[in-house]
Design a protein around this ligand. Structure first.
Ligand code: COA
Length: 342
C-alpha cells in the first residue's frame, strides 16, 4: 500500500529522509508490428533509390506496413493486450488510457477511446497526445504525473502509428524512412524506483522541417504535390535532432544527479541509425548498450520507443532495476526524454 501520495523526492530521485516516495513503474510491456514487410529492394522498384544508399544514410533494411483496412487502433489494441498480459492486469484494472499518435483513425473520437471500447476498459479517462514522433514520451510523461499523484493506479500508455498512410510514395527522401507499428506499457504505482523524471520540449518555430499540411481548416484534398503527405527537410532536421537529443539526455542525467556511466541502456527513437549513433557517442555509451530496431522497423514514429523497449525486455537484455534513458524527437518540432529504472 502506498503510504504517502506526495512526490517529494530529492533531485537524485532518492527519497528524502522519513518520506515514502511514490513512483510510477513499468509493470509490463507489449508491442505489435503488422505482418507485411517492405524491403529496400521493394522500394528500389518504386522510387529512384538503392538498398546501399538507404542502409548507408539511415541504417534501415526493411519496415512493416499495415494491411489495407488495418488501422492505428488495430495496432494499438494488439500492443495493449500484450502489455496487459505481461503486467498481469485486466481491462477492469485500467483507470487511464493515453495514446501517443499522429495518425489517429479519426479526428474524433480519439484513438484512445476506440481502443478503450475494444478492450472493455470503458469509463476511465482516455485521450490521445499528438506530439508527432515524441508522442509516446509525451504520453508516458502525462501518465507518470497521474500515477505519481495517486490519481491513477493502473495507466495504459500506447504509442501507435500508421505513418505509411501519409507518405508520398514518389518522394524518395521520405518514403524510405517510415514504417507502421505500436508499443505499449502498463504503469503502476510503486515504492520501488521507477520513472525518475521526464523532460518535454517543443519549438514550433521549426514547423517547416517536418509537417503534414492537411487538417480541418486546410482541408483534406489528396492531389499530387498537395494533400495528405508528409513534407520534410531531412538534412536540416537531422542537425536539429542531434543537438536536441544530446541536450535532453544531459538534462535528464543532470536533473537526477547521475553520471553518464550510470546508464545501462539508451532506448532511442528509431529515426536514423546515424542520429542514434551520434547520441550514443555524446553519452559515451558503446552501441552494445543501445537498443536498435531501426534496421528492421524503420521509423514508426510514436511506436518506435515502446517497440524497442518491448523487444529488449522480451529478449532479456533489459533487466529489472537497470537504468534506462528513453528519448525521442519529431515534427513540431518536439523532443523529450524519460529516465527510469525498469
Ligand atoms: N535514395 C537515393 N538518393 C536519395 C534518397 C534516396 N532514398 N533520398 C535523398 N537522396 C539524395 C538527395 O536527392 C540528394 O541528392 P542531390 O545531392 O543530388 O541533391 C542526396 O541524396 C543528399 O540528400 P540529403 O537530404 O542531404 O541526404 P542526407 O544524408 O541528409 O540523408 C535523410 C537524408 C532523410 C536520410 C537524413 O537527412 C535524415 O535522416 N534526416 C532526419 C529525418 C528524420 O529523422 N525524420 C523523422 C523525424 S521523427
Amino acid at each position: 500500500r502506498v503510504r504517502c501520495r506526495a512526490w517529494r523526492a530529492a533531485p537524485s530521485g532518492l527519497p528524502r529522509e522519513g518520506l515514502t516516495v511514490l513512483y510510477s513503474r513499468i509493470a509490463g510491456t507489449g508491442s505489435y508490428l503488422p505482418d507485411r514487410v517492405l524491403s529496400n529492394a521493394d522500394l528500389e522498384r518504386i522510387v529512384d533509390t538503392t538498398d546501399a544508399w538507404i542502409q548507408e544514410r539511415t541504417g534501415i533494411r526493411q519496415r512493416h506496413v499495415a494491411a489495407d483496412g488495418q488501422t492505428t487502433a488495430d495496432l494499438a489494441e494488439m500492443a495493449a493486450l500484450r502489455a496487459m498480459e505481461a503486467a498481469g492486469v485486466t481491462a477492469a484494472d485500467i483507470d487511464m488510457l493515453v495514446v501517443g499518435t499522429t495518425t489517429p483513425d479519426l479526428i474524433f473520437p480519439s484513438t484512445a477511446c476506440l481502443v478503450q471500447a475494444r478492450l472493455g476498459a470503458n469509463g476511465c479517462a482516455a485521450f490521445d497526445v499528438n506530439a508527432a514522433c515524441s508522442g509516446f514520451i509525451y504520453a508516458l510523461s502525462m501518465a507518470d504525473k497521474f500515477v505519481r499523484s495517486g490519481q491513477s493506479k493502473c495507466a495504459l500508455v500506447i504509442g501507435a502509428e500508421t505513418l505509411t498512410r501519409m507518405i508520398d510514395w514518389t518522394d524518395r527522401g521520405t518514403c524510405v524512412l517510415f514504417g507502421d507499428g505500436a508499443g505499449a506499457v502498463v504503469l503502476k504505482p510503486s515504492e520501488e524506483t521507477g520513472i525518475l523524471s521526464t523532460h518535454l520540449h517543443a519549438d514550433g518555430g521549426y514547423k517547416e522541417l517536418l509537417f503534414n499540411p492537411v487538417g480541418v481548416s486546410a482541408g483534406f484534398i489528396d492531389e499530387p504535390g498537395h494533400g495528405v503527405k508528409v513534407k520534410m527537410i531531412g538534412n536540416e532536421l537531422f542537425k536539429v535532432a542531434v543537438r536536441a537529443l544530446a541536450r535532453t539526455a544531459e538534462e535528464a542525467l543532470a536533473a537526477n544527479e547521475l553520471p553518464q556511466e550510470a546508464l545501462d541502456w539508451l532506448v532511442p527513437h528509431q529515426a536514423n541509425l546515424r542520429i542514434i549513433t551520434a547520441t550514443a557517442r555524446h553519452l559515451g555509451l558503446p552501441m552494445e548498450r543501445v537498443i536498435v530496431t531501426v534496421d528492421r522497423h524503420g521509423n514508426t514514429s510514436s511506436g518506435s520507443v515502446p517497440l524497442a523497449l518491448d523487444e529488449a525486455v522480451r529478449d532479456g537484455r533489459i533487466q529489472r532495476g537497470q537504468l534506462l534513458l528513453m528519448e525521442a524527437f519529431g515534427g513540431g518540432i518536439t523532443w523529450g526524454s524519460a529516465l527510469l529504472r525498469y
